[in-house]
Design a protein around this ligand. Sequence first.
Ligand SMILES: Nc1ncnc2c1ncn2CCOCCNC(=O)c1cc(-c2ccc(F)cc2)cc(O)c1O
Ligand SMILES: [Mg+2]
Length: 221
Amino acid sequence: TRTTRPQRLLRAVIINAVRGDPDSVIRAIDHFCKHTEWAMNIGDEKGAILDSVVMETSPSTVLELGTYCGYSAVRITRLLPPSTRLITVEMNPDYACVARQVIQHAGLQDKVCVLEGQSADLIPKMAEMFGIQTFDFVFLDHWKDRYLPDIRLLEDCSLLAQGSVVLADNVVCPGTPDYLNYIRSNLNYRSRFYQAHLEYTRVLDGLEKSEYLGCRQGKRQ
Ligand SMILES: Nc1ncnc2c1ncn2CCOCCNC(=O)c1cc(-c2ccc(F)cc2)cc(O)c1O
Ligand SMILES: [Mg+2]
């Protein structure tokens, strides 16, 4: 049977990227997506915004929802201090398998845990599984209609602390209107929109960064 797009992306990484060099893995994927085959990685333009938010947050505990081929896992993890780990959740086993190999090619396999399963099932088990209390940084990049239920679930599981940062991809394209409405009208968050473009295209897209302010009452009128 024909290969899948993630398998063709992985082959491009193995052929073109230097093993153990995360930046060459990022460059190889962006080149593949620009010149060979589009794929739904955050990409270089939005990726640079992701980098800057990770660096300004300098998180100790990081959660990513929606691994796909591991591109953003490599982008995030290459910026983390040695003792920090990324937990990334992917429900598609074929994507997870490719992501583990991309992450390994980048030499970051000891710093990333790729969990297979539905975010809704795994979030309530995170604290117990990893012996953590809260996440300093959360990156949302999975099903766009899961952003809102999952941010609520993170709140209900007390996995956000004052100062935690949540960064959401694709808030314009494909779009996450219910999430944006919730997070922008909620006094427990301070949000900022970063205008950009859908990866490897001229279509408008953007990222929404939201800082959790702790649990205050009420909604903005
Ligand atoms: N743990 C979990 N729990 C639940 N669900 C989960 C999960 N883990 C994975 N999944 C399944 C969803 O995985 C992929 C999600 N990402 C996207 O769908 C996406 C789509 C586009 C896009 C496509 C076509 C266009 F024309 C224009 C834009 C662009 C992007 O940047 C995207 O990120
Ligand atoms: Mg995305």
